[in-house]
Write a protein that binds this ligand. Structure first.
Ligand code: NAD
Length: 337
């Protein structure tokens, strides 16, 4: 092994170890010790090194994995369809490169329609309805197995316990649980007064509040939910659904599920950019925190053609906003009751 390769190997091992630690702090303990921007930069460095030295890459690397394994204190739920992450674009050029890759893979020079969605800074959950009733809810976990948090999700006020009578017999919805900004600030203010643990950001507040063993604790936390995709659904109902992600979201709303009314379609890259600029300009007026925009190829048939790579779909990307976050100092006692 050359000296250059030896150095690369060392750095790869160092980064894998560091990112594994940060993942544990973020996903398992809800207590990140570094800002997301720092994590993202290290993640990218590791991705690049692994691309440059494929023989040194491993399936165990954080770049190949989603989230973190479920906590032992919860029962686990196996996801029939994996819950993946999203690739990131950090500027306009990276977003355009993504759209070019999409066109190239689809062998198309036509404009592709994208569904544009604010990227809510919360926690992904899967909610299963059977015969219209909420029967199970789970976190994403490592993408394949999540934590069973059914009782906790049932306490979220805008999550319907029952859907309209037209809903399919079996329907899994996926979406984000988040804590609106004003509620997060009020919550931390109270915690500070009581010298209890404050949360680093609304994302960690949502995750910490949802992953409680006692659902009465969750019930007291001001959480909110927006559905953003479908998981499993019975075959007959699936065939009757439109071939458009955006239209499917509207269908979820008709069945009684809350969706974000900022979601729109864009028929060109320029329209995608306009959506980004509009939301970015109004970011502080939104009542929840977002850390970017998610773009999804709108046609379901094209999504299926594009498929997935290790940890993310090829048909979607998260265009992240420039970093603005800072870590709130974490004090004293753990907040869990
Ligand atoms: P992600 O947050 O980059 O993107 C995927 C997630 O976006 C989904 O799981 C879903 O929860 C969410 N999402 C929000 N709105 C959505 C929408 N409209 N449609 C689809 N998904 C939507 O992915 P991730 O894998 O959860 O996390 C990786 C990111 O987490 C990193 O880029 C980093 O910023 C942060 N992180 C930070 C630390 C740290 O120590 N600070 C550690 C680990 C991860």
């Amino acid at each position: 092994m050359s000296e250059h390769e030896q150095q690369a190997k060392q750095r790869i091992q160092q980064l894998q170890k560091l990112l594994t630690r940060y993942n544990r702090e973020y996903y398992e303990l809800d207590e990140p010790s570094v800002p997301d921007s720092e994590y993202d930069a290290l993640f990218r460095e590791l991705q690049q090194l692994e691309r440059d030295h494929p023989d040194l890459a491993s399936a165990n690397s954080p770049t190949q994995k989603v989230g973190s394994k479920p906590l032992d204190k919860f029962d686990t739920v196996a996801h029939e369809v994996p819950m993946l992450s999203l690739d990131n674009a950090f500027d306009e050029d990276e977003f355009e490169a993504f759209t070019l890759r999409v066109n190239e893979r689809l062998d198309s020079s036509n404009n592709i329609t994208y569904c544009c969605e604010p990227k809510l800074d919360g926690l992904a959950v899967s909610i299963l309805y059977e015969n219209g009733k909420l029967v199970r809810a789970a976190t994403r976990g490592d993408g394949y197995r999540g934590e069973n948090i059914t009782e906790n999700v049932k306490t979220i006020r805008n999550v319907p316990l029952e859907l309209s009578s037209e809903a399919p017999q079996r329907l899994e919805v996926r979406g984000e649980v988040f804590m609106p900004t004003a509620a997060f600030e009020a919550f931390n203010e109270q915690a500070r007064k009581r010298e209890q643990k404050v949360f680093a950001n609304p994302r960690n507040a949502a995750a910490g509040s949802l992953r409680q063993l006692d659902s009465r604790v969750t019930a007291k936390r001001p959480l909110h939910f927006y559905a953003y995709s479908l998981g499993v659904i019975d075959e007959q109902a699936e065939q009757a659904l439109p071939n458009s992600h955006y239209q499917r979201l509207q269908q979820l709303a008709r069945w009684g599920l809350p969706i974000n009314d900022e979601v729109k379609t864009a028929a060109s890259v320029a329209e995608c950019e306009a959506f980004y600029n509009d939301i970015f300009a109004r970011r502080d007026e939104l009542r929840y925190e977002i850390d970017g925009i998610v773009y999804k190829v709108d046609a379901i048939a094209l999504q299926q053609d594009l498929g997935f790579v290790a940890r993310a779909p090829r048909w979607a990307i998260a265009r992240k906003f420039p970093a603005q976050e800072q870590l709130t100092t974490i004090t004293g006692v753990d907040f869990q009751v």
